[in-house]
Design a protein around this ligand. Structure first.
Ligand code: PLP
Length: 432
């Protein structure tokens, strides 16, 4: 895992941890087992969050330029009040009639393309993708799925099979083909569909994260998904836009990543920022697809779309609108990338800078100008020492991933750039 804490690889670091942290690390290993990973060479413990900041047990403040789940800010008061009010009133499931879920559905669907007339609720993005795959397969009668080469779509058995970023330890399904995210995507998808068909597997759907986050953040040129959607539809398949990363105003240019590209997907999956940390996710769909699915299957998700999570999700939309977070994302994202471009003039290690709104990828290069995953992880850890949180992404982990809560402002961007300048200066000195 990129930027994972590995006590086995560096026992001297594990033994050098502060006693309180060392105890937490030991108890995690004992209680939670080995599949859970901590971030950073020296993990960090947090006890409180507020806005774009997190605080460790000593009260030391960290700038959060990484977490997109608390997208309207950590410990947002409007969301917290909506959740506690609803908890004290009613919290039940989708088998009783109630107005709030319908009011929220109307509000949410109004942000989507008019062709997407239905919404279904789940608890996690993985469940949403899992459901979208079921709907797509029911709607087309086919099973073949095309994904990008380093895609991540989640954790259920079916979804792990379409998530190549897990690496060779988690096999892809026999009905799955991969395409490179950033070059001739439409041609790649056409070849992948042909290859499925050559193996007797009918094509059901292409699923893409519309900001290609785990593939290294690919945002431009605008509209590059249009010919891809044409290839998919001409082959009789469906386009699934995974908006778990790009959605809910993050790109600044639109509420949803697919809208930046001027396409209308057949299915959309949503999650992470939807409830600002309350577990709510879901799909938006063309009604005719759900008609086909619903004729064969019923759907009930015990916690999916419960009253409290719907209250949280509705409060999230309130804050996005009231605080102008989409335009803030647009303006601050541009400001940040302008600052990074200026900084690139002083640091050979900074390569291409890509992004939209509050989603930025920065390629990190070695002295020969090649992607350098080790240096990128060193930079991520250098920023952690300077109390700024980011991560790295891409197949070789050589792209810095900057994805803060949406209220991130210009002064926060300045702080990040200053810390990056300092971390890169130190890395250069180390290399020299
Ligand atoms: C693009 C994308 N899709 C789906 C998921 C799965 O969401 P969850 O972790 O809520 O199951 C993720 C999670 O990181 C994601 O990034």
């Amino acid at each position: 895992m990129i930027n994972g804490f590995d006590p086995a690889a560096a026992p001297e670091l594990a033994t050098g941890l502060a006693p309180g942290l060392a105890d937490l690390v030991r108890r995690r290993a004992e209680l939670l087992g080995p599949a859970y990973k901590l971030f950073y060479k020296t993990p960090v413990e947090f006890v409180r969050g507020s806005g774009v900041h997190l605080y460790d047990p000593e009260g030391i403040e960290y700038l959060d330029a990484y977490n997109n789940v608390p997208s309207v800010g950590h410990a947002n008061a409007h969301v917290a009040e909506a959740v506690s009010r609803q908890l004290l009133q009613l919290n039940t499931h989708t088998r009783y009639a109630a107005a709030p879920i319908l009011d929220y559905a109307e509000r949410l669907l109004a942000t989507h393309a008019p062709e997407l007339g239905n919404v279904m609720f789940t608890c996690t993005g993985s469940e949403a993708v899992d459901l979208a795959l079921r709907v797509a397969r029911a709607g087309t009668g086919q099973t073949g799925i095309v994904v990008t080469a380093n895609a991540y779509h989640g954790v259920t058995s079916a979804v792990a099979e379409v998530s190549p970023s897990f690496g060779p330890g988690v096999p892809l399904g026999a009905h799955v083909r991969t395409v490179r995210a950033f070059e001739s995507l439409a041609d790649g998808v056409a070849e992948a569909i042909a290859d499925l068909e050559r193996h007797g597997i009918g094509f059901a759907a292409l699923i893409v994260d519309t900001i290609f986050s785990s593939d290294g953040v690919w945002t431009d040129p605008l509209g590059f998904l249009r010919p891809v959607a044409d290839v998919v539809h001409n082959a009789g398949g469906l386009f699934i836009a995974d908006e778990v990363q790009a959605g809910f105003a993050r790109t600044g240019e639109a509420m949803w990543g697919y809208q930046r590209h001027g396409i209308v997907p057949d299915l959309v999956t949503m999650g992470k920022p939807m409830g600002n940390g309350m577990p709510i996710a879901g799909i938006a769909a063309r009604p005719e697809l759900l008609a086909e699915f619903g004729a064969r299957a019923r759907y009930f998700n015990t916690f999916g779309g419960n009253s409290v999570c719907v209250a949280a999700a509705s409060a999230v939309l309130d804050v996005i609108e009231a605080d102008g977070l989409q335009s803030n994302a647009l303006l601050v994202g541009r400001y940040l990338r302008d600052g990074l471009t200026e900084l690139a003039g002083q640091h050979q290690a900074i390569g291409e800078i890509r992004g939209a709104g509050q989603y930025t990828g920065v390629d990190i290069l070695n002295a020969a100008g090649q992607p350098d995953g080790e240096l990128a992880v060193a930079v991520v850890n250098g920023l952690r020492e300077r109390r700024v949180l980011i991560s790295a992404t891409g197949a070789d982990g050589a792209t810095l991933k900057i994805r803060p809560p949406l209220p991130f402002g210009r002064s926060h961007a300045d702080q990040l750039i200053e810390a990056l300048d300092s971390a890169l200066s130190l890395s250069n000195a180390d290399a020299g």
